[in-house]
Design a binder for this molecule. Sequence first.
Ligand code: PMP
Length: 359
Amino acid sequence: MTKYFRSNVDAMASYIPGEQPGRGTQIIKLNSNENPYPPSPAALAVLRNIDGEWLRRYPEPFAEEFRQAASKVLGIPSDWIIVGNGSDELLSVVIRACVAPGRKVVYPMPTYVLYETLSKMQAAEIIEIAYSEDYSLPLEELAAANGCVTFIASPNSPSGHLVSTDDLRKLASQLSGVLVIDEAYIDFTQENALTLVKEYENVIVIRTLSKGYSLAGLRLGFGVANPKLLQGLFKVKDSYNIDAIACAVGTAAINDQAYKNACVTKIKASRTKLATDLKQLGFHIWDSQTNFLLTQPREGNAEYLYQKLKERGILIRYFKQPGLDDKLRITVGTDEQNQALVEALIYLLGSGDKRIRDS
Ligand code: PMP
């Protein structure tokens, strides 16, 4: 098929999302950082009452109802908000709008793998700058690289660490291109960088309803930026990128802050407990401001452990890439799910299976 594709598309590897087992599969799914609790009852009630007329007609092109709701929740005017088909769509829109082929996209590593995939699709020059062991932001190198677009996930995946707003401010002030602050996991933190969009017109903060709001299957995210930046992005997005169902259900979900906050509180408590339990099993655990933990089995073969857990019906995330191939990323589930994981690990680590210890 080679002759049909652009050479950069031919050369690139596909993005590999976390495994999504078929509906009804009996599995404990701790691999895609989904929320273990159901979406807001108010959102589900809207879903049950979808009017066929909403589907007969095209949806409102800018998801205006959702923008208005998000505007009230965030205290930001609605014309500072762009809504996307998941935050992934917005990451793609930014690259397509701002990066000509051959121009630079910059991000620290390790981070969300999709930044690389999208950059390759656009035939961008990719500059990856390594995080140090303590995950402090390599500010000078990122600023010096001065990409057309710089991506910072904060909190970051798979490390789970939050980048300080001060560091992001320093970076924004030194870049002439766009700084994307990907706040997919922001519902699990105390601090956020939203204020920077008012200070710098080259900053866009991108969020999602996939994590805190339990709506990964709906595909709804949004970006907040100065309207001067958004006007270019609006030209690039699909005309009807948000379907009528996502707009209505997402509006009810974002309006139900109390429900989202209650889920987040439970997940944070479970995160603390899971981290303690895993430390007792000899795992190194990085501090996390998210709904997942980056972990390192003390003397274990991470990939083998991942495989053995999978055989036992527990899915976690293993990344076969330098710097991560001795680690495992584990989504925080319900206390019952986490307990099942811990019990499986106790069994595996104590089973006398030598390969578990062969790194
Ligand atoms: N950014 C980061 C850092 C993520 O981990 C994810 C989810 N995998 C996303 C963005 C995309 O989220 P969404 O479901 O909104 O497309």
